[in-house]
Write a protein of this length. Structure first.
Length: 278
């Protein structure tokens, strides 16, 4: 997910804070930009999407129709873009029906809303969502800019964790192919000079670059016994290695969709191979 670009200043020795909460220090010779590394709710897509809401005087059938149409579990109850009365949900409706009776208007079957600022830590917000099912996000101008639910959190964390899990899967597949087929002496031969002094007991001691160098050697490639084109396989592995470097250096622009697609594709190839030869 792309981070908003921090604002910069042309005045000497001036400090400014951008909407992304990045700190920009500028002098006549150089420009130093420090981006806030904290994961904040304002960076999520759901924080920038105006929530569907209802007025306090809306009828229960109106609210139910809206929730079912959008497949929502709750709706903010709002008088204006800045004035929140509460949250209407299946839970709040069931509680009112069970203990009070049949409410007519949304205001008679709502519960308190939890509102947080756009720059709140994502992890703090996750704890609030666990307690309240959802939180509303308030923008700099005081308007409600979005809603964060358990579904939004699960999607967000899945998107952030998938590249790491795919890389782990790919590395384990490559190690499984190398271990037992490539000798320790052959592994030591391809080690980067900076790592040459480190002990090697199996393929887990190798770097990703070591995997590439091993499989580039024809004698090692033949030992794997894979009925695949060596050059094409190495090209794919090289692409994965470049993507891995981007991920491990935490590129502020995030992982491009096409790069995530390449990881999925290569992990899928290795998984198919594993299923055939096991």
């Amino acid at each position: 997910m792309n981070e908003p670009e921090p604002q910069t200043s042309t005045a000497n020795s001036e400090t400014s804070v951008a909407a992304s909460d990045g700190l920009c220090l500028t002098d006549s010779a150089t420009t130093l930009v420090t981006i806030d590394p904290t994961h904040r709710v304002g960076h999520l897509n759901s924080a920038r999407k105006k929530p569907v809401s209802v007025k306090p005087t809306a009828t229960i059938p109106e609210a139910i129709m809206l929730m079912m149409s959008h497949n929502f579990s709750q709706l903010p109850v709002m008088r204006s873009t800045r004035t929140v009365e509460g949250i209407f949900s299946w839970r709040s409706l069931a509680q009112k029906v069970a203990f009070v009776g049949s409410p007519v208007c949304v205001k008679d079957a709502m519960e308190d809303a939890v509102i947080i600022d756009w720059n709140r830590s994502l992890f703090e917000a996750a704890r609030l969502v666990a307690d309240s099912d959802c939180v509303l996000i308030k923008d700099l101008d005081g308007t409600i800019s979005g809603i964060l639910t358990s579904y939004d959190l699960s999607v967000s964390f899945a998107e952030r964790s998938e590249p790491f899990l795919l890389l782990e899967q790919i590395e384990k597949h490559i190690r499984n192919h190398i271990d037992g087929k490539i000798s320790l002496s052959e592994m030591r031969e391809v080690r980067d000079s900076l790592d040459a002094g480190q002990k090697i007991s199996d393929a887990s001691n190798l770097s990703f670059g070591d995997y590439v160098r091993i499989l580039q050697k024809s004698v090692c490639w033949r030992k794997l016994g894979l009925p695949l084109d060596q050059k094409l396989f190495i090209d794919k592995l090289d692409e994965v290695s470049d993507i891995r470097n981007k991920i491990m250096h935490f590129d502020p622009n995030g992982l491009a969709p096409e790069d995530l697609g390449k990881l999925r594709e290569f992990a899928g190839l290795l998984r198919q191979i594993q299923e055939v030869i096991k």
